[in-house]
Design a protein around this ligand. Structure first.
Ligand SMILES: [Zn+2]
Length: 568
């Protein structure tokens, strides 16, 4: 392929809207072109990468017996009413009406559609298990599209769905799928972690994400050397117990003056203690109940956990006025001692590690020190409320965990019968009784994977493609296309290597060598054959993009050297 005849619109400048390297480099290397916010065209170079990833995905899905299908993009919204997801999707569902005013949605995922297929076609336990997948454009009306194709409104996803008679059968497919995802990411040449994850609006009992590690990933994960990894959203905060304090439990708590100090930082500085010595008392209203949540002074509440524990998406903080009414003290001085009966007191599991704590006194400008749970107040429930962080202990082996950032490329879910029960999708079991299917669903972000690969493999000059997904295997760069000898040699290499099945891009543009080298580094083809002045001495150069290693090769050995490398 000749560069001069290809649409590879490289940019010298960094586009201002791009916040992370992959977004910047996809635009600069001419892989994609933005149509409007969160919507992109894949140009030839980007499309070649996309196709290679798709091919790997297909091969691994086929290898585990998952059947490829193609489902519609347009979905009547009735089916989301049937499954109960119209509300949980909320504004992210793209809706439109046809000429008869019937409303449709642009498919965000296909649980409903495939469940309708199954209930009409898999009626007996003999038809199960089955697994089907497709590679299709999906739509999500992101409120704030960003990071290029990573959080786009239109993106390409592989989604698979499996139907089973019971949990044991689902477990087998779930395990196969996890292995297939690992293989896909490994074959794409990327470093990743499989992590325990939140199920979000897809729902279900258990889920795992596949995160490609990258400095600028949009997700954070904690991982342990034992192999355990977990999404930070879900990770339980665990740390060793505090050493036993001086107190023996016989000294009552004491009131300390903390004039005007309403923050943990103010109070801990003033009392010369670590922020962790303080315990924050957060006051909420859920329905008719007042709820106090105690968390260590150096930790923050994770709202996802709070909503799940209290089981109320509408839970809210008490207003300052309500706090005064409940506790008798102003905001910033709340504590668990002496709260009115009827207030339910929850505490984060980390509070179990405290023997004594400093808390608000429910009185302006005062705190209480030496407070003991169980003696001075009672905790109704211990739960996991706070964000975990680097150094927290692994739940499997108690070693300290490390924080990474990553780009989520895959997410697999055990759905159980969430969709089959609500959509009355049943089969007849061996006894002739009808039961809802047990289901799994498995998403893989194909267009995201392009960005994830770049996030993990780039340097200051541009992209460094892993060999299995590079748009071309070899870039031939004649430094001067007007030098007949140089250009003829370049063309001969192009022809002969393409005849051997190598994917070759020939930079035949009449531009200065400097510009061409810069562009070559930017688009990141792993191997470059430079034909320049040394041709007179019968030599050409092989440049390895990843290592910046330059190899001088005799002209008559060059073809064999390249072919050996690609084993063609
Ligand atoms: Zn561990």
């Amino acid at each position: 392929m000749r560069w001069s005849k290809s649409c590879i619109p490289t940019l010298k400048e960094n586009p201002h809207e791009a916040e992370i390297p992959s977004h910047r480099l996809m635009l600069r290397a001419g892989l994609v072109k933005k149509l409007t916010s969160g919507i992109y065209t894949f140009l030839p170079l980007g499309f070649r990468v996309l196709k290679k990833i798709e091919r790997i995905v297909r091969e691994e899905m086929d290898a585990i017996g998952c059947q490829e299908v193609l489902m519609p993009i347009l979905h009547p919204t009735d089916i989301y009413e049937e499954s109960g997801r119209l509300k949980s999707f909320g504004p992210e569902l793209f809706k439109l009406a046809d000429s008869k005013k019937r409303t449709f949605a642009l498919g965000p995922t296909h649980e409903e559609v495939i469940t309708m297929v199954a209930r009409d076609t898999m009626r007996s336990y003999r038809d199960l298990p089955q697994c089907m997948y497709q590679i299709l454009i999906k739509f999500r009306d992101e409120i704030r599209p960003r990071y290029g194709v990573i959080r786009a409104r239109e993106f390409i996803m592989k989604d698979a769905y499996s139907f089973h008679v019971d949990d044991e059968s689902l477990d087998l497919t779930y395990r196969d799928m996890a292995k297939a995802y690992s293989k896909i990411i490994e074959r794409c040449g990327l470093n990743y972690r499989m992590v325990e994850a939140e199920s979000g609006y897809i729902g279900g009992d258990e889920s795992h994400e596949f995160m490609v590690l990258a400095g600028n990933g949009e997700s954070e994960i904690l991982s342990c050397t034992c192999g355990y990894a977990v999404n930070l959203e879900r990770a339980a905060a665990r740390r060793p117990p505090e050493p036993e304090g001086d107190g023996n439990g016989k000294q009552p708590y004491r009131e300390v003056e903390t004039p005007g100090m309403t923050t943990v930082e103010d109070v801990s500085t003033f009392l010369k203690v670590e922020p962790a010595a303080l315990v924050k008392t957060l006051l909420y209203r859920s329905g008719e109940r007042d709820i106090a949540v105690l968390v260590p002074g150096d930790r923050e509440v994770n709202d996802i956990k709070l909503v799940r524990v209290i089981d109320d998406p509408d839970i809210r903080f008490l207003e300052p006025r309500e706090i005064e009414t409940l506790t008798g003290g102003p905001v910033g001085f709340s504590g668990p001692v002496g709260l009115p009966g009827g207030t339910v007191i929850y505490a984060d599991n980390l509070i179990k590690t405290y023997t004594e704590m400093i808390v608000g006194a429910n009185k302006a400008d005062h705190h209480l020190a030496g407070v003991r749970a169980g003696r001075d107040f009672s905790i109704d429930h211990f739960e996991d409320f706070v964000w975990a962080r680097e150094g927290d202990l692994c739940p499997l082996c108690d070693k300290s965990m490390t924080l990474h950032s990553g780009v989520e490329v895959g997410h697999i879910f055990k759905l159980g019968s969430k969709y089959s029960a609500s959509m009355n999708a049943v089969f007849l079991d061996e006894k002739g009784e009808s039961r809802p299917y047990v289901m799994g669903c498995y998403g893989f972000g194909v267009s995201r994977m392009v960005a994830a690969a770049i996030e993990q493999h780039h340097d200051g000059d541009g992209i460094i493609w892993p060999e299995t997904i590079t748009p071309f295997q070899l870039l031939i760069l004649p430094v001067n296309v007007n030098d007949r000898k140089i250009f003829e040699t370049a063309s001969r290499f192009e022809r002969e290597l393409e005849d051997h099945g190598l994917e070759v891009l020939l930079d035949d543009r009449d531009l200065s060598p400097g510009v061409k080298f810069k562009d070559a580094d930017l688009i990141g083809i792993p191997l470059r054959l430079t034909i320049g002045k040394k041709l007179k001495e019968g030599k050409v150069e092989l440049f390895h993009r990843g290592t910046h290693h330059i190899e001088e090769v005799p002209l008559d050995r060059a073809k064999a050297t390249i072919m050996e490398r690609f084993a063609v």
